[in-house]
Design a binder for this molecule. Structure first.
Ligand SMILES: [Cu+2]
Length: 143
């Protein structure tokens, strides 16, 4: 009886937490869209960045490549998932892709911050004075 009580409480708290709404869904489409947005943003930000030191550019691109690769894997798994496990794997890949893109974005931002006065960096979104938040980094209008 006590065990049933505990289980009931457990199930209840699982169903009621705000973060749990996400945890209950195996939808991989929306995470893929989010990851694609992040990849697009980093790709856009890299335009006109040829004056960056090559090793830095390579590092950002390496992370961006990882993001693209995992995003491809997520798409593949999400398009025709055999079962919930496949769906969950696609979801994991999509989240990983978003993570790599975020890392690329932040690394780029970090490099840019320490390269003040470099020409060609003015177009980099987020480089305006007083902006340190990554979410405000992109100045390009949303496509
Ligand atoms: Cu830059």
């Amino acid at each position: 009886m006590r065990r049933i009580m505990l289980m009931t409480i457990c199930v209840f708290s699982l169903a009621s937490g705000p973060a749990i709404v996400l945890a209950q869904s195996l939808d991989c489409q929306r995470p893929i869209q989010r990851a694609q947005k992040s990849v697009d943003k980093v790709t856009d930000d890299l335009k006109g960045m040829e004056s960056m030191p090559k090793d830095q550019l390579d590092h950002v691109r390496a992370l961006l490549d990882d993001a693209k690769k995992t995003l491809d894997a997520a798409r593949e798994g999400c398009e025709k998932p055999q079962d919930d496990y496949a769906r969950a794997r696609a979801l994991g890949d999509a989240e990983a892709a978003h993570g790599y893109a975020t890392a690329a974005d932040r690394l780029h931002f970090t490099y840019m911050k320490s390269a003040k006065g470099m020409s060609g960096m003015k177009n980099m979104s987020g480089m305006q004075e007083g902006k340190s938040d990554m979410s405000g980094m992109s100045t390009n209008p949303k496509k």
